[in-house]
Write a protein of this length. Sequence first.
Length: 794
Amino acid sequence: EDVLKYLITLKCKIVICGDVNAEFDITTKKQTVNKFLNTLRQFSVYCTNDQPTRGKSCLDNIMTNLNIQDYKCEVSKLDFSDHEGLHFEIYTGTDNLPIIQTRIRQKECKTRPVTQNKISNFKNMLAMEDWTTLYTKNLSASNCFENFFKRFLCLFDHCFPIKLVDETSRKRVTYKKRNPGANWYTPQLEKMKQFILICKDWYTKSKSDKLLSSLRNMKHHYRLALREAKRQNNDKIIMNSSNKCKTAWTIINKAAGKVSTAGAHPDIQPDEFNRFFISSVEEICESVESSSSTAIEYMKNFNVEQPVSCVFSPVLPDQVLNIIMSLKSSPSKDVYGVSSEIIKGVALEIVEPLTYCLNQCILDGIFPSCLKFSRVVPIYKKGNPDLPTSYRPISCIPVIAKIYEKILKNQICHFFESFSLFSDCQYGYRSGRSTTQAIDVMVSELLKALEECNSAQITLCDLSKAFDTVHHDILLSKLEYYGFRDKELNVLKSYLTDRKQVVDIGGFCSQTLNVSIGVPQGSVLGPILFLILMNDFSFNNFSHTTMYADDTSLLNVHKSIDYLKYLSGLALFDANCWFEANGLFLNKDKTQQLIVSLKEKNVNNCRNSVTLLGISIDSSLSWKNHIDFVCKRLSRVIYLLINLKRHVTFKYLRISYLSFFESIIRYGLTVWGNGVGLEKILILQKKAVRIIMNAERLEHCRPLFIKASVLTVVNLYIYDVLMLVKKSYITLPKRAMMHEYETRDRHLLQLPKCRLTKTKSYHKYLGLKLFNKLPTAWLDFSEKNLQMFCIHGC
């Protein structure tokens, strides 16, 4: 570890070859292996070989911090050795790189430079524009919006003209735009430099020892000033970035001399990508025998008492303005070249005419065709980069479409929540619900089964391209069943149909293709419409169901393991029938199943754990696998912190710790925070705190945690559990409710009865026990005050 720590300060490439001990065979799941790999991850070093080199063991390996596309490692057979050999080839030129190839393109490409002066000019021109012609009564909603949008784009094109630039110029423009604080070399630094040069000339002539000492001192302070100026500048760059994590890694890689592949484009034509994205969805749909009539029959099991019609109401300019300002600021552009940053900059100038046009669209029941045009960017996932299957499409819908969609989404959600139409099993895209709550419900049901001496089996259903394969006729029929009629139904029908998309790779676009199926990816309204499609699933399956959008989990419980497997198989069959009727494809190869039981000898699990919404659940609910997974992620963040320390100030280094390190720990912590092996996370946390506090490797950490105002993982768990109890404190049973006697502890929470230690260690029991330990004066605190006292107390 000390050697690696020294080597990364030299910013050099590392290649370590060796015959490792059997305790470090990476094909095994020993704790020594996990610790070894996590240590390597802390310095961005990874093993290149996972194949056996002696018998069935992987004892020979090469560890490196080279990019995966810069090398190739293969096992080669040797005639006179009991070990296999490793052939490690490093690519020194870009011609040999097998992963990412740069397309031979034209010298010029299209771009729209955006500056504050241009935004101000655009703002002034919109303010002077006369919009009164929009308000004529004989103008249809479609023509009204088209008139507004054409005039908006005309002024936009005038203020932000398309320019043809070569790749080098384009990169330079982009860098300046995204790095407003790039001029970090201040006049004060220049003065220091000039004074040092003058002193150097004096020393050359005089050879004075006193002057030499002063010169060395000045150089030292100059280097410190340079380092601090760079840190302050990097702070500005990261804080102004919309993707802080990506920007931090960019700074680190640039300082380490690593070549970025962000600007490299796949060697696949945009038209080929576009055809693949469309055809791959059509192939899935053709393999599923959907039935609108069967889907409606399933739908009838969801009883809607006296269905009330949903009515879309016109909106006020203030509401539209709030929606515009709530958009995430992003420089990414839609198919028209417009970004949310630009729209937010001119919000006051367009809010009145835009509100009028959108209200006309609501009243006429249409969704403008110009807002149904998406720009798709392929992003590399994994696999062969020369194949379209290795990329996932990222869709960018028009920014103004997001405003209209948010208006519709707010009214649809209000209608469903007001009449309790959403299934209680659905936790996705709903206010006040989260992934952690969905996991908590599932784990609570598992513990309940174990408490009753039962076994339980989880089935995690995997749907292939679920959002992309939604059949419009089935969705519209369900919307009508819930109370969407006339213009409300017409708006959503107009929204779904006649959509188009182009694929954009580095400014080169494909031909336009029609999208005839699915709900739009990257949209605001699409996820809510998908929830409506899935809403009746839980009423057509006898299992306990938990859903987060398309992540569907089934839970079956029984005393007999054999009968439990039968129930789970039957539930999966019923689920598949429902999916097929609704046009969704269940990928049985990726569907996971796990039996959780205290009768471990009678259980024959095909896997050790399953992953539910990012949390790894094992058969004994020990959370050991998930803690190991968290350690892997934290080890990589430690490498980020080690490098950031040299490039940013303490203030941002602490922010980075909270954003990148602590956020990983806190995800689902109330569920797994009392699991086996939590001390491994604490060890990594101590290492991270020593880094941000610039402390020695063996320095005592308690004062460091206090000085950095950071909580340990144990304290974080206690804090999160206490705050969870406080949120539901009013509804929880007190001991005073159990009897009428004036006992001293009548104000305490009543603990639920349970027999298993595993249940007693879960937050629904342990949280109440911890809350009862709080000082009596704290119990009546508001949630905000309790937060402050808990953090101060920890």
